[in-house]
Design a protein. Structure first.
Ligand code: PLP
Length: 379
């Protein structure tokens, strides 16, 4: 049985990332009430209360990608170190931060293809690996710069996210010491994301929020390839069963998970097949084809998928900034549009709790954020 590695690694992480000192090395975000945003989007209290799961503040990566990305790297590092005999399974993992282990890791390259995975590359580089992130040439410039500043090699590829992933895989296959993180490692990414459910359960208890038949919990999560939202939804389903309802939000031009949910067995549709162009300012969600494993895991769990226009994301991003003083990126604002869609449903209930997962943004440069605000069209 595989276990979530975050707990074993916490003391080490507190040593190597000063921003994790205050949580003793755990990677967590707050659950925050959002009464002003609830007013700003006109969501009536008779339909329940709005909360924000603030993954846009996740330390080190500034986005939800910290969870899965960190978990994959840590599990890989653990296996290498134990196989080499440098670390024993029962050792204090602070011992990873020593020259012999770092010297071992420096001989390996870990590569990933991503829409903007600041978590993965930064963790790999911090442990001593050679870290490579393959990105679409269209990916945001500031994300590339930030990775390079942390010692990560960024390789840009013409075309979209999918093209970057396949080119990255080929390059890694030609290097015997390179390890390419993809679907084979899906379970690790999935576990890292599912871990958030454990933290959320405790936060709900601390806030006095009950989840049962009479008090449904409704979750709205932005979805790209589907790894992060499916891990979270699976974890929450383990804990709350049929009393939790998870909805995924996708850009209107990149609804890959929606298409996969509608597809027949054996099909793996791309948004391009449907005349869509996969162009969106929600760069973290600009994915043409969903992860099959994520889709499989969600088949009997997901409550629904909805699509959101870029303009709506900019408007909700601005509303959140003006109402709650939280700065998020466009991808991370996709969830808010879901609340309106449930106004007429049975999930509109004064005893319901609605959690919008804000998935990224705290590392966005100020000038970039100001340009997001300018694109909003709210009065
Ligand atoms: C990557 C990303 C997501 C979605 O995660 P997937 O695992 O690709 O579905 C959501 N929000 C932000 C900000 C992201 O960067």
């Amino acid at each position: 049985m595989r276990k979530i590695v975050f707990f074993r690694f916490a003391p080490l992480l507190a040593d190597i990332f000063p921003e994790l000192l205050s949580t003793a090395g755990l990677i967590e975000s707050e659950l925050l009430p959002a009464p002003h945003m609830q007013g700003a989007i006109d969501f009536p209290e008779e339909c329940g209360r709005l909360w924000i799961k603030a993954d846009h503040t996740l330390p080190v990566a500034g986005s939800i990608k910290a969870r899965g990305g960190f978990h994959e790297v840590l599990e890989y590092a653990e296996n290498l170190a134990i196989q080499s005999g440098l670390i024993g399974a029962s050792d204090n993992y602070r011992a990873f931060n020593n020259p012999a282990v770092r010297n071992l890791f420096s001989r390996y390259e870990i590569a990933v293809g991503s829409t903007g995975n600041l978590g993965f590359g930064v963790m790999a580089a911090a442990l001593g690996f050679k870290a490579v992130v393959h990105m679409s040439a269209n990916a945001k410039e500031w994300k590339k710069t930030r990775l390079r500043d942390r010692g990560v090699q960024v390789i840009e590829h013409l075309g979209d996210y999918e093209k970057a992933v396949s080119a990255g895989r080929v390059m890694a296959e030609n290097n015997p010491n390179a390890y390419f993180v993809d679907d084979e490692r899906f379970l690790s990414l999935f576990l890292g994301n599912a871990a958030s459910a454990i933290g959320l359960k405790e936060q709900l208890q601390n806030q006095g929020i009950v989840v049962d038949v009479k008090h449904p919990l409704i979750i709205y999560i932005p979805c790209g390839v589907g790894g992060a939202p499916s891990g979270i939804a699976w974890g929450l389903n383990q804990i709350f069963g049929k009393n939790v309802y998870c909805y995924f939000a996708e850009p209107t031009q990149s609804p890959c998970f929606l298409l996969q949910m509608l597809a027949n067995n054996g099909e793996h549709p791309s948004v391009y097949d449907f005349g869509l162009n996969n162009r969106t300012e929600a760069d973290g969600l600009a994915v043409p084809r969903a992860s099959l494993l994520a889709a499989q895991a969600m088949r009997n769990i997901i409550a629904g998928v909805f699509t959101v226009q870029d303009q709506t994301m900019f408007n909700d991003l601005a509303r959140l900034y003006h109402s709650e003083a939280m700065a998020i990126e466009p991808s991370a604002a996709a969830g808010f549009a879901g609340l309106q869609r449930l106004k007429e449903s049975s999930l509109c209930s004064s005893s319901a709790n609605h959690i919008v997962w804000t998935t990224g943004g705290s590392l966005v440069p100020e000038s970039e954020f100001n340009s997001f605000l300018q694109r909003a069209s709210i009065s």
